[in-house]
Design a protein around this ligand. Structure first.
Ligand code: BTN
Length: 358
């Protein structure tokens, strides 16, 4: 972590004041360097008071999800160690794919920042660039998306400053057919964050819509680059309706936001950091076996479809049944009558509630 981030973290965690001397000892830098970093943070919009005997105190933070604000809140070993932030971009998933492919100038964003620790030298192959720019755990965050993508080619709305949109690049050593489970792991990480931070009774509509009172709060779109037997990289895109208070006509009755559910303004940086921490913990469990064996119970405890009637939109022919939960591979088990069960794979089909969206 860079020194400015460490100072910010120390100021946030001390819950009072911290002296220049303490900061200089903690970080192993001079007091002058501490002072320069404090000045730079103030210029970025952080309100830091300096009192002669007590030291520095953080009294206000900008409403931002820029790399510094998210990065200085992260307690992770792997996820989000490299962060790219954009005020506006076409789609964080698209950007993630461009850098993962090693495109020379992935561009198409405004207010973007290359991270200080991106390890880039001057001349390389596309593969080297991809590895340096888009290492495992790289996080791309945007305040606004102009061409946000939803599942099944739908558009995803991301108005500036109100929504949360981010994509995580992973380079897992797993067979391609295991990847759809990662989306369920992310769904669980997000639902846990909503529950622990805001006390919302958040559930998951299989495989990965996070809902409250039957309305959607968050969607997840996972994309993969692979060949037979080998995954090059995956991009997990997460869109959260954080502070939105109005929705386009066509989704008004099936969408809600964290602000509408809690009546409070949502600190988006805190939320992203929490999701990253949850995901890192759960993903580690998933990676060990490459299955949801250890996470199945936790998933089922919040899965809204369990024991409810569902309509399975299978391209080979839609059918109805009662959802009974998931198996170790994340497939939805649907009882279709007289004890017969069918496995529904999340990568292939979608499922609708019969009496509404869930
Ligand atoms: C869905 O249809 O439910 C999935 C929505 C996924 C939206 C997110 S927002 C961040 C990332 N970038 C995109 O363009 N899409 C995903």
């Amino acid at each position: 972590m860079d020194s400015k981030n460490e100072i910010l973290r120390a100021l946030r965690e001390c819950r009072g004041s911290v002296s220049g001397q303490e900061l200089s000892e903690q970080l192993g830098i001079s007091r002058t360097a501490v002072w320069k970093h404090i000045r730079a943070l103030q210029e970025e919009g952080y309100a830091i008071e300096a009192a002669s005997k007590k030291g520095y105190r953080l009294v206000g933070v900008p409403d931002t999800i820029a790399a510094r604000e998210v990065g200085s809140r992260l307690n992770t070993k792997r996820m989000g160690k490299t962060i790219y932030y954009f005020e506006t971009i076409d789609s964080t998933n698209q950007y993630a794919k461009r850098i993962a492919e090693g495109e020379g100038s992935p561009g198409r964003g405004k207010g973007g920042m290359r991270p200080a620790n991106d390890g880039m030298a001057d001349a390389f192959s596309a593969g080297d660039i991809a590895q340096a720019l888009a290492r495992d755990g790289t996080l791309i965050i945007a305040d606004e998306q102009t061409a946000g993508k939803g599942r099944s080619g739908r558009h995803w709305v991301t108005p500036p400053k109100e929504a949360v949109a981010f994509s995580l690049i992973l380079r897992p050593e797993l067979a391609p057919e295991r990847i759809s489970m990662v989306t369920l792991v992310m769904g669980l990480a997000v639902a846990d964050a909503f529950r622990s931070l805001y006390g919302i009774d958040a559930g998951i509509k299989w495989p990965n819509d996070i809902v409250a009172k039957g309305k959607k709060l968050c969607g997840i779109l996972t994309e993969m680059s692979a060949e037979i037997g080998e995954v090059h990289y995956i991009v997990i895109g997460v869109g959260i309706n954080a502070n939105l208070t109005a929705f386009p006509e066509e989704i008004r009755f099936i969408a809600t936001s964290l602000k509408l559910e809690t009546g409070k303004d949502i600190n988006r940086a805190e939320l992203i950091a929490k999701v990253m921490e949850n995901f890192e913990r759960l993903y580690e469990v998933f990676e060990k076996s490459g299955s949801l064996k250890e996470l199945k119970d936790a998933y089922q405890a919040v899965c809204m479809n369990v024991d409810r009637p569902v309509r399975v939109l299978d391209p080979k022919g839609a059918y109805t049944g009662t959802a009974r939960g998931i198996d170790d591979e994340g497939n939805l088990i649907v009882e279709t009558g007289e004890g017969a069960c069918r496995k529904v794979s999340s990568g292939e089909v979608s499922v609708r509630g019969i009496y509404g969206y869930v």
